[in-house]
Write a protein that binds this ligand. Structure first.
Ligand SMILES: Cc1cc2nc3c(=O)[nH]c(=O)nc-3n(C[C@H](O)[C@H](O)[C@H](O)COP(=O)(O)OP(=O)(O)OC[C@H]3O[C@@H](n4cnc5c(N)ncnc54)[C@H](O)[C@@H]3O)c2cc1C
Ligand code: FES
Length: 536
């Protein structure tokens, strides 16, 4: 087995330097994609010295952090290649920098997330005459589902991107800006890709931060070459980088099939799809049928996988991943074994609530909608005055429900401004309420079908990737009487690393035997201390 990933088209047009060696790269792709395509799977080591590699490719896990052009702890999946870029997988000290003066931006509404929910909300608000700051950490609008393709001028979500451009006099789209948190004065603190601070002030805040994947922490899940399902999709879609050897997809949830389909379309035939869920029941099929378009979509995936002769193993779970020479040996229930180059695995989606939680929004728990989510009323209003949550932040409901949320909450904000929504918006919001109900019903049925428990693992298996904390260490903390989730976390540092538990929260909770909501503090993502140096 050679290198686990390759570029889909031989289109490298520049070179970058990794640990002193020159490697080919393609304009537009991320540093992480270029390194993977060059056969570099380990991006440094965890605190115990074990090699680690990218897991999410969406900026949330920090497993790809390297020193890039002298800046340590930079996520390689968030930096685009430029000629001569120098990367070191060995940690380095940050060079001194003069204190930054943060830029300030003002708008009527700040919308965080330019996916279907945030995009639809921004467009509806702008059409009613409000000024919107639309903030998103990706280079192009579209969120996860409509991520801009490496080989297409526009691709899925083209309508959203062109409408946002047409409305640019009212919508200030801050692409590539990460929201680090909300201050006590209500202002949002942002950092651009160079780590420069920006402060965004607005009367209303809409959180449309989407979803994160639920990890599948089987022993071996941290080995380089084992990535989230979504990471394979991002690599193929946004970077044109695909697995170069046998790939196994495992876990639970609809994303398993979406990614299998996308890989087949990209010319990669997975060796198998290992699904923890059983065959869809009549109830699942009925729910898909009643939500317009979902049944057709499910059939399309099924047909594509059958036509490509991809075996689908239901009610089967992977139990362990080990290195076997250059390959990854995966053991699954029923005594099955696979030797592959790449494993894509996760146990579904969960709401991304980091900003909502940091801003003090009340949370609620619904296992059918992905667990902890922002608690909202029918208009998307949260427990905090002036803060709304829409799309997957309020529960995993899919793209159609997210689009509906955007319109419903836009109408609520116009009313909160003391105005009457235009006839067009009022009609759209009323239709969206009806449509949303159908998709949320389907989402709950699908959520129930695809529910999968955290794997039991063993004492040596890592639960928290950033701090390399094992299940055994957590058990020992419990044996010492540190049985409360908070105490066990403080004693072991589980969930307290760079990612603040974004990756491992469900796994840490399962290991501790609790189900507490995650807590997040400012800054949500690490930022240089001088980014807001001049701000009081
Ligand atoms: C990895 C992944 C892949 C998916 N692929 C598919 C698919 O192929 N098909 C499908 O039907 N569904 C897919 N989904 C589910 C899909 O995301 C939703 O159904 C739909 O896109 C939700 O829309 P949304 O607007 O709520 O969130 P999203 O589309 O996720 O948009 C949220 C946006 O907010 C940004 N964001 C989050 N936090 C911050 C922050 N602190 N600062 C700045 N920006 C931030 C995110 O980067 C993202 O661009 C996927 C989900 C994930 C996590
Ligand atoms: S792979 Fe870059 S942050 Fe997860």
């Amino acid at each position: 087995m050679s290198k686990p990933f390759r570029r889909r088209h031989d289109s490298a047009d520049l070179e970058i330097e990794v640990d002193g060696a020159r490697i080919p790269a393609r304009t537009g792709e991320s540093v992480a994609a270029a390194m993977l395509a060059a056969g570099i799977a380990a991006f440094g080591t965890d605190p115990k010295g074990t090699p680690r590699g990218p897991a999410c490719m969406m900026g949330s896990c920090f497993q790809c952090a390297c020193t890039i052009d002298g800046v340590p702890d930079t996520r390689a999946c968030r930096v685009s290649v430029t000629p001569g870029l120098k990367i070191s997988t060995v940690p380095m000290r940050a060079p001194a920098r003069t204190t930054q003066v943060p830029v300030e931006i003002e708008s009527d509404v700040a919308v965080v997330g330019a996916g279907p929910a945030g995009g639809a909300c921004a467009l509806a608000l702008a059409a009613e005459g409000l000024r919107v700051a639309l903030i998103d950490d990706n280079a192009a609008a579209g969120g996860q589902i409509w991520r801009k393709r490496f080989d297409a001028e526009q691709g899925g979500g083209a309508w959203l991107r062109s409408r946002l451009t047409a409305a640019k006099d009212r919508i200030d789209h801050r692409a590539g800006y990460e929201v680090l948190g909300r201050g006590a004065d209500g202002a949002l603190m942002l950092a651009d890709r160079d780590g420069r601070g920006t402060i965004s002030r607005a009367r209303h805040l809409v959180i449309a931060a989407g979803a994160l994947e639920v990890p599948n922490p089987v022993p071996g899940w941290t080995l380089p070459g084992v990535v989230n399902l979504g990471a394979l999709q991002i690599l193929a879609k946004a970077d044109g980088v695909i697995p170069d050897g046998p790939v196994l997809l495992a876990g639970a949830g609809p994303l398993l099939y979406v990614v299998a389909h996308d890989l087949v379309v990209s010319g990669v035939r997975p060796v198998a799809v290992v699904d923890a869920a059983p065959w869809p029941s009549i109830d699942v099929l009925k729910a898909l049928w009643t939500a317009p378009g979902l049944f057709r979509q499910a059939l399309k995936y099924e047909w594509k996988l059958r036509a490509a002769r991809v075996p689908i193993l239901r009610k089967t779970r992977i139990e362990r991943i080990e290195r076997n020479g250059e390959a990854l040996r995966v053991s699954a229930s029923g005594g099955r074994r696979f030797d592959v180059a790449v494993v894509g695995t996760s146990l579904g989606l969960r709401p991304n609530i980091e900003l909502a939680a940091q801003a003090g929004v009340s949370l609620a728990h619904d296992p059918l909608l992905g667990g902890w989510h922002a608690h909202v009323d029918a208009q998307g209003a949260t427990s905090q005055s002036g803060i709304y949550a829409i799309g997957e932040t309020r529960g995993i409901g899919g793209v159609e429900a997210a689009l509906c949320d955007g319109v419903i909450t836009a109408a609520a904000i116009i009313e909160a401004e003391g105005r009457i929504p235009s006839t067009e918006l009022a009609r759209a919001a009323s239709a969206a309420r009806e449509r949303r109900a159908k998709f949320m019903h389907a989402a709950r049925v699908l959520g129930n079908w695809a529910r999968a428990d955290m794997p039991a693992g063993d004492a040596a298996s890592i639960v928290c990737r950033c701090e390399a904390v094992t299940r055994g260490e957590i058990s020992r903390a419990a044996a010492m009487g540190l049985s409360g989730p908070r105490e066990a976390k403080l004693a072991t540092r589980a969930g307290m690393g760079f990612c603040q538990g974004r990756t491992c929260h469900p796994a840490v909770q399962a290991a501790i035997g609790a189900d507490e909501p995650p807590s997040y503090r400012f800054p949500l993502r690490p930022v240089r201390a001088d980014a807001f140096g001049a701000h009081r």
